[in-house]
Design a protein around this ligand. Structure first.
Ligand code: HEC
Ligand code: HEC
Length: 193
């Protein structure tokens, strides 16, 4: 008997099991109606998207927009400022697709309302507030850089308020009412003392 063939069968069985157990989950996610699903297109634009647009986030959110060429161009330029690399030629290929699929005459996917302030709920016990603040930092502050940026900083509450405000202007998705309580948490956790 050949060595290893038993192992190969075992791996085969494991692969089948994994596929079967993961499948229902994927199907469920696809059915979720609160978020749009955008299929990766075929053709030349596919590679452009894979090269330039999927390093930081997926493509589903494109469906929230219905913009003309100038609008999409502005958005792509915005992405370039964030670090996306797109040649002029690729940008033009991408714009053709975006305007055809998510142009001004298309129907944008409705956004569920913004969550609103999360931390600014007044009162409440400190442990619960801190846990909520930590979750906010984990979800919001990590979209553009690592948490190390935050961990090495030793700022006062005032300075943290400035930083968080600046991060909002850079695009951090944070309710204005959460700025002050978040600064308080950051000062306590990563403060000067
Ligand atoms: C270097 C990272 C990076 C790359 C590469 C990148 N993006 Fe983004 N993109 C971001 C960040 C950061 C945001 C802002 C997220 C936020 O504000 O919630 C964003 C937001 C978006 C949004 C808005 C999502 C929303 O919910 O409103 C769209 C649309 C988008 N990007 C499209 C693109 C396209 C098209 C490309 C390719 C040309 C691209 N992105 C490449 C970082 C990137
Ligand atoms: C939309 C992108 C984005 C998000 C989200 C974001 N940041 Fe930043 N952050 C940046 C950029 C860009 C810089 C500047 C990088 C540089 O100058 O090298 C930066 C720098 C920083 C720095 C270092 C600046 C300094 O003066 O010490 C801190 C601290 C920081 N961010 C904290 C946060 C916190 C806290 C959050 C969450 C509330 C957050 N960031 C969310 C983009 C973002």
């Amino acid at each position: 008997m050949k060595r290893g063939s038993g192992k190969a069968w075992l791996w085969f069985a494991i692969a089948i099991l994994l596929t079967v157990s993961v499948m229902p989950l994927a199907a469920q996610n696809r059915r979720g109606r609160n978020r749009p699903i955008v299929e990766l297109p075929k053709g030349t634009v596919r590679q452009v998207i894979l090269n330039s647009c999927t390093a930081c986030h997926g493509i589903d959110d494109y469906a929230y927009y219905a913009m003309d060429r100038a609008g999409w161009q502005k958005l792509i330029d915005n992405m370039k400022e964030k670090g996306a690399v797109v040649s002029d030629e690729d940008r033009s290929i991408l714009l053709d697709w975006l305007v055809t699929k998510f142009g001004p005459d298309s129907k944008p996917f409705p956004r569920t309302r913004a969550e609103g302030p999360i931390l600014n709920f007044g009162g409440g016990d400190t442990a619960a507030r801190d846990a909520a603040a930590k979750r906010l930092v984990d979800s919001v502050c990590r979209t553009c850089h690592t948490l190390e940026r935050i961990e090495v900083a030793k700022y006062t509450e005032d300075k943290w308020r400035d930083i968080v405000t600046e991060m909002r202007s850079k695009g951090a998705q944070l309710d204005p009412a959460d700025v002050a309580p978040l600064a308080q948490y950051l000062a306590k956790t990563y403060g000067a003392n």
